[in-house]
Design a protein around this ligand. Structure first.
Ligand SMILES: [Zn+2]
Length: 158
């Protein structure tokens, strides 16, 4: 919400923009870009609903979409599962192309992390099982939660 509010200022004349003057919405996964016309100077500014980050240098991805992919992949699910889930909340679905580009981003990080974690797996496994016991959750749940957090940290978002 903060992210959206901060952008509601005309790029040209600094006037306050209103989402009521939005003439188009472009959906990118779970995020949206609104094209808003300034009432003062009529210049059109793009306003995004979410923060973005660099994905492997060449693409800009919305944080929320990468987070959705991390959760989906770590849960052992794919695009269809994610869309069924979104559908039950009346949220428009994640299109196949957007899913693929984000899957690529998250996949390459997963691979890197898997290699690193092989090295420290034995050490970490004991620690994790002790932690899970203390928290009263299954070590599988603990492992999934930690994988999500570590991956988002690796990507540079939280
Ligand atoms: Zn303006």
């Amino acid at each position: 919400m903060q992210t959206l509010a901060e952008q509601l200022i005309c790029k040209k004349c600094d006037s306050i923009l209103s989402l009521m003057d939005s003439y188009e919405e472009k959906r990118v996964g779970l995020a949206s870009i609104f094209y808003v016309k300034c009432r003062t100077c009529a210049v059109i500014s793009s306003v995004c609903t979410d923060k973005q980050h660099d994905a492997a240098g060449k693409n800009i991805h919305f944080d929320t979409n990468t987070k959705a992919l991390v959760g989906t992949l770590n849960g052992g699910m794919g695009n269809t599962h994610l869309n069924n889930f979104l559908c039950s909340f009346n949220i428009p679905e994640f299109n196949w192309k957007t899913f693929k580009t984000h899957e690529k981003e998250v996949g390459s990080i997963m691979e890197k992390m898997a290699q690193e974690s092989c090295k420290s797996a034995a050490k970490g496994k004991n620690k994790l099982e002790n932690l899970a016991r203390t928290l009263g959750i299954s070590s599988n749940d603990a492992h999934n939660a930690i994988a999500d957090v570590r991956m988002l940290k690796e990507i540079g978002i939280n």
